[in-house]
Design a protein around this ligand. Structure first.
Ligand code: S3P
Length: 174
């Protein structure tokens, strides 16, 4: 296991980062931190409200600050927002703090999972499936920086948790 021993779940919206991260943390007896929750708690606003009132650039600045802080902690499980790895500083800090695992899924699966959730400002408006495809393509290079990628399209939360826990165990062997 590298560096601070953190396990970082990243990847697109609707791939299960937060649900999986919580369960992985329980299983491994580690603290769980969701950077979007950190941002929402500190600002007292939902992510959608931050986007609407202050714009995406402001959200990205808050996200960079949250990731810089979280990456200083040790032995925690982190779930990031879907766009976090696009910023080079974020990607470097996260990679230096532990094992970065990217969760992915097919565009139609992503849409089915997120369509009833109003807190996804980047997918509001016309043609959300096209937006998902475009964003996935534009982020492919950033997501490829992860140490491991798991396609969650046909997996249950528990199956993803199981895959991660066995990978972590393997990486801890001398
Ligand atoms: C974003 C994903 C969201 C949230 C914000 C931006 C993105 O997090 O950080 O709406 O750029 O993909 P989730 O991936 O947890 O939905």
């Amino acid at each position: 296991m590298n560096n601070k021993g953190n396990i970082i779940l990243t990847g697109f919206m609707g791939t299960g980062k937060s649900s999986v991260g919580q369960k992985v943390a329980q299983r491994l007896n580690k603290r769980f931190v969701d950077t979007d929750v950190v941002i929402a708690t500190e600002t007292g606003k939902t992510i959608a409200a931050i986007f609407a009132e202050q714009g995406e650039a402001h959200f990205r600045a808050l996200e960079r600050a949250a990731i810089a802080r979280v990456s200083e902690a040790q032995d925690i499980v982190v779930a990031t927002g879907g766009g976090a790895m696009v910023n080079e500083d974020n990607a470097r800090r996260l990679k230096e703090s532990g094992m970065v695992i990217c969760l992915t899924a097919a565009p139609d699966v992503i849409w089915a999972r997120v369509q009833n959730n109003a807190d996804r400002p980047l997918l509001q408006g016309e043609n959300p499936l096209d937006k998902i495809r475009l964003l996935l393509a534009s982020r492919a290079e950033a997501y490829a920086k992860a140490d491991l990628t798991i396609d969650t399209s046909t997996l249950s939360i528990d199956e993803v948790v199981e895959t991660i826990c066995s990978q972590v165990k393997t990486s801890e062997k001398p």
